[in-house]
Design a protein around this ligand. Sequence first.
Ligand code: NAP
Length: 435
Amino acid sequence: MSADAGAGGATARGDGATARAGDAAGGGTGGAPFQVGLLGHGTVGGAFAKLLEERADEIERFNGRRPVISGVLTRTRGDFQEILAGADLLVELMGGIEPAREHLLTAMRAGKDVVSANKQLLSQHGEELFETAREHGVRLRFEAAVAGAVPVVRVLEESLSATPIERIHGIVNGTTNFILTEMTAGASYAEALAQAQRSGYAEADPSDDVSGRDAAAKMAILARLAFGTPVHLDDVHYEGIEHLHRDDMQYARELGLGLKLIGTAERLEGGVSVRVYPAFLYGGHPLASVLGPFNAVTLESEAITEITLSGPGAGGRQTANAVLGDVVSVMTGGARPPAPPLALPLIEDVASAFYLHLDVADHPGVLAGVTRALGEQDVSIKSVVQRGLGENARLVMVTHPVLESSMRVAVEQIGTFDFVRSPPRFIRVIEEEFV
Ligand SMILES: NC(=O)c1ccc[n+]([C@@H]2O[C@H](COP(=O)([O-])OP(=O)(O)OC[C@H]3O[C@@H](n4cnc5c(N)ncnc54)[C@H](OP(=O)(O)O)[C@@H]3O)[C@@H](O)[C@H]2O)c1
């Protein structure tokens, strides 16, 4: 915990107000202000400064110290060393790797608690940051780095701290969930992306979102938290949504499936697997009903079956709310420095059910050829839909779970058959349902 910024009782406002509601209730107002140094004053930083001011009375009422912004750093104003010297805690809302990394390390080495919403930094330099926090006995809070306003970090660290999490499925990128929701309603990928940009849900350059990289960073952080083992962004296999066809979504609907960009982190055979890719869900999965720019995370364990948390995944004010929650958690002593890491191996090849889409010429023996190629790799078929006739037939099937490496071999072989008219497409299917 950081040093108290001087005992005494003067408030920074200097308004002499001493008789607030909390006094009568024994809330202990009158402690020195809790000085928050703010690095970054953009979408989230600006909203955070405003929210902190709005909520300062209430926060002071229940924990006796009034949070105040003691300094702000942007590209054009503020001096980092001065802000650091005057702060009890630093909030980093700059984004990017440098100088955010160096500032957080410097602050922690100086014994200051820190809060950050920076998923790229935490997913690429998390171990260095956690190690520094541990070494200096300070808190490093990062609720807003994972699923915006959805309080999954706190739930994993506190409510479920005695629950061995076996699997996490998350919709942790609101932009792609918005695009896929539009595509399910009939839009093409290009139309849905343009709509997301017009509505302010996608950046002018959406590549981090649509490639799955943003979701991969968040899943690396979540996996580290749930399983206690270091997971770097580079350890997460990710695929994006750019290559999806709207007809896949239409065929899948006939099979009772809906498409989402899903991040999965799971404990398998003594190791962990973390991955992000488009996946079909059956209607009974809690994530199937998450629409538009929302985020949701399903936490699974034998002890709890599953718990799903959902809410806004971004937005200045919503994200700022999660950041302020972290600040209050530090003020009230509710958070601990990070625990030392475990070392669990990463598992690359995992089993999944698959949706397979084939454009074929409808000749005798086509289905037999396809099922033979699948059977040779132990891929068994759960359901098939056939559409069209003659040279324009389509075979759409869902398999039972099989190792991805086996599925890839089978699909490669099917792609060589002369009756297959375009490269086969396959998409993972998540089979669990909880209803
Ligand atoms: N936006 C969201 O909805 C959202 C949701 C979840 C998490 N986050 C995370 O929150 C963080 C902030 O995002 P944002 O959308 O608020 O970003 P933003 O609007 O671009 O604001 C960034 C702020 O940091 C300052 N800054 C950037 N580089 C700097 C440097 N080298 N030195 C000093 N100041 C610097 C900028 O200064 P200037 O004002 O001078 O440009 C600006 O004030 C990121 O890590 C992001 O991933 C954002």
